[in-house]
Design a binder for this molecule. Sequence first.
Ligand SMILES: Cc1ncc(COP(=O)(O)O)c(C=O)c1O
Length: 404
Amino acid sequence: MKPDASIADAVKLAGWAKRTQRSALQDLLVATAQPGIISFALGLPAPELFPVEACAEAAARVLASSGAALQYAPPAAALKARIVQLMARRGVRCREEQVFLTAGAQQGLSLALRVIVEPGDVVITETLTYPGFMQVLEPLGVRLVTVEVEPDTGLDPRALERVLRAQPPGCVIYGMPQGHNPLGYSLSVATRGALVDLAERYRAVILEDDAYGRLTYGDAAPALRASSETAVIYAGSFSKTLAPALRTGWLVAPESMIERLSVAKESADINMATLAQRIVVSMLDHMDYEAHVARLCAEYRRRRDAMVDALEQHLADEARWIVPTCGVFIWVELRRSIDTTALLRRAIDDEQVAFLPGAAFRAERGGGRATRCLRLNFSNCAPERIHDGIARLARVVRASSLPR
Ligand SMILES: Cc1ncc(COP(=O)(O)O)c(C=O)c1O
């Protein structure tokens, strides 16, 4: 097969596809998958906590019931009903007619944007954000505007208002108020209220990504969607609570959007995931989902605490960090100005430990403090490995100012 570079000669690529570069990080991530590496790099759930038995039993039940389970079919109505019940746990009252089933939150974000933006429209993100969302934006030709974000306090309504004032009405604001990726913050109730208020005043739409919303280690504030049916489109997912391989998520959107979303989804993948949707319904019918989520939260909390203990033990002089109350990431800022992209190479080679450098989360090019920051995942490692990995990381950080 010809190497990638020559594809452009054979096939005329779209401008956005040509502009998109494979990041050097991808190669590093392949390295992190090798045995012996302790990886805090990706946001993977703990595989030992997957409800494997419940999933196998549900799949057997669904397939035994009728061959129709493998046929083209409309979205699973029973799943929408279940999601309406689950949304109440996030403080949201909605109707089945407002629920749209997607292949994970990722497809929800993508379809929602495709339906509401045109080339040239303004989409506002924080300066540090989820890179998967930036990939969604890439082909849409929108104008990206960023709002400065503080890792500890999160999206600041005053900073957002300054940005909104300078934009035409009708912007889209992307946010993760609960369990932010990568910063780990969760917004206060007051800040949430202020954000929804702003969206309504400036006729903007908030795209609320709640992928981690149920993984909380304390009280969770209601989702933004609880405060507005029209100014907020909500994206949820079973990836973090059941399993990402089920590729089952949803949007809660104004009813008037649902028909448009169906057309957009049909063009993307017809409605491929009906088997997974039926399996999820059957799992929810037969397992104690709430007890399962509580077990996950208890274990992830233990892992978070193990990581915080290890950071305090090994890196207190070198770094500061924020303890998250939701999600699976800790954002660490090194006190010295060390480029964490270069540090990652050294961490993998010298100490077999991996993380993601802060620069990977910048919405736009530019320096800022992110280059001396790193994101650590704690859900995918047992506490003993977390301690070992942070000790390794601390050795690399300390060695990083020494000549090689
Ligand atoms: C913030 C955020 N949003 C969305 C997603 C996509 O999740 P899903 O597997 O539901 O598509 C992820 C995945 O890690 C994420 O971190």
